[in-house]
Design a protein around this ligand. Structure first.
Ligand SMILES: [Zn+2]
Length: 398
């Protein structure tokens, strides 16, 4: 299979159909066969009679080949000259595989799964990282606002009302004072927006575009305003490093691909998946360490004890153990103990340097912040059946 008898060489991408890895292979076209040469020197011959073109490709300039007898493997040829030679010389390029061959159909299915896996685990993360570099601040903000509303809806109760944001004026003032003390985000292209949601989860997370969400459950769990400030500083670290933006783009891409494959994969399922993933964001070890380091520096600069991050983590660990729980974001990696120790170590250094100053909030302001969703004990409301006196008030708000 050559032009005028000479051997033609080039390159193509090869997927073996069993793993979702793209291999760059060298091609050698000889009169009766196509030889694929792997980077490690291994080679494989595809006889010209066995070459099949995979029809209906998105990119018409690309020739996608499979091989009779091995329908899951794919060869992606973009070199126009080689494509032309292959089209001219492979006699059975357009022959369809016999449809009655059941194992072969199962193998095609395997190939489809491998393709989706390739897109979700290889292409989407790469594209998400690159897209994050180009996304303008307004785009990040819009992405954050949209996911914020989805999360509120997903966490809403059975009456399908979104979870409420907590806006008691005195509580908001205390929160604003804490944010000002941390003085973060001078380097950010958008303002940081901190919102408390009226939900009992002990968690906090960051969304794209500078939005940070703290749950009421975390305010109730914290022993001091410094611990809340430490969590806030940690989330600011994620915002500054744009971890939520990359994460959200990766998720949106993956879910979009699943939607293409499964068609009706939309609506509630997507919202739940997206909300769950964003709330329990599982950043890399490096991202968490980066956020902790940022928090330590920010807290120290603000004259606040970085050890508060450690004491808060330690309290979570006492309460829930090392298992993944509702505080998933803070415990997803195994180095919890190391983070506690690092935070406590930062305290001793800061204290030695005499950098600790005033508490971040007065006791009265701290009480205001904890009551930002309303009084912690709900007033018995005769209009709502079942919300009478004596009922557990865990979910209640005033
Ligand atoms: Zn984190």
């Amino acid at each position: 299979m050559s032009d005028g008898g000479s051997v033609v060489e080039g390159f193509a991408d090869y997927v073996d159909g069993e793993t979702a890895i793209i291999h760059r292979v060298a091609l050698r076209l000889s009169p009766d066969r196509l030889t694929l040469i792997q980077p490690d020197g291994g080679s494989e011959d595809w006889v010209a009679d066995d070459l099949r073109e995979v029809p209906d490709q998105a990119d018409p300039s690309m020739l996608v080949l499979s091989r009779a007898g091995n329908p899951v493997a794919r060869l992606y040829v973009t070199d126009g000259e080689i494509s032309k030679l292959l089209r001219r010389n492979a006699p059975a390029l357009h022959r369809r595989p016999p449809i009655e061959n059941k194992p072969r159909i199962a193998a095609w299915g395997l190939g489809a799964v491998a393709s989706v896996a390739l897109i979700i685990f290889v292409l989407v993360p790469v594209m998400a990282n690159q897209l994050a570099e180009f996304l303008p601040p307004e785009g990040e903000k819009a992405l954050g606002d949209a996911t914020f509303e989805q999360i509120r809806t997903a966490l809403g109760r059975e009456d399908f009302l979104p979870v409420e944001t907590c806006e008691d004026p005195a509580g908001l003032a205390a929160l604003a004072k804490m944010e000002a003390r941390l003085g973060a985000a001078q380097d950010l292209p958008y303002p940081v927006t901190v919102t408390v949601l009226d939900h009992e989860l002990v968690n906090a997370f960051a969304l794209p575009g500078g939005r940070i969400v703290i749950f009421r459950g975390l305010l109730e769990m914290a022993a001091s305003p410094e611990e809340v400030a430490a969590v806030l500083a940690h989330e600011l670290g994620h915002v500054v490093h744009r971890d939520p933006t990359r994460d959200a783009l990766r998720l949106a891409g993956s879910i979009g691909v699943l939607g293409l494959v499964f068609g009706d994969f939309a609506g509630g399922t997507v919202v739940l998946l997206l909300a769950n993933e964003l709330i329990n964001a599982q950043y890399s070890q490096a991202a968490e360490t980066g956020a902790d380091d940022y928090a330590h520096a920010l807290l120290t600069e603000a004259g606040l004890p970085p050890s508060a991050l450690g004491t808060f983590f330690a309290r979570l660990k006492d309460e829930y153990g090392d298992a993944e729980g509702i505080y998933a974001h803070f415990s997803t990696h195994p180095q919890m103990t190391a983070r506690i120790e690092a935070a406590l170590e930062a305290q001793t250094q800061a204290e030695r340097a005499g950098e600790l100053k005033d508490p971040v909030l007065t006791p009265a302001e701290w009480a205001d912040l904890r009551a930002i969703c309303g009084p912690s004990k709900p007033e018995p409301d005769p209009k709502i059946p079942g919300n009478s006196k004596g009922e557990p008030s865990r979910l209640g708000r005033g």
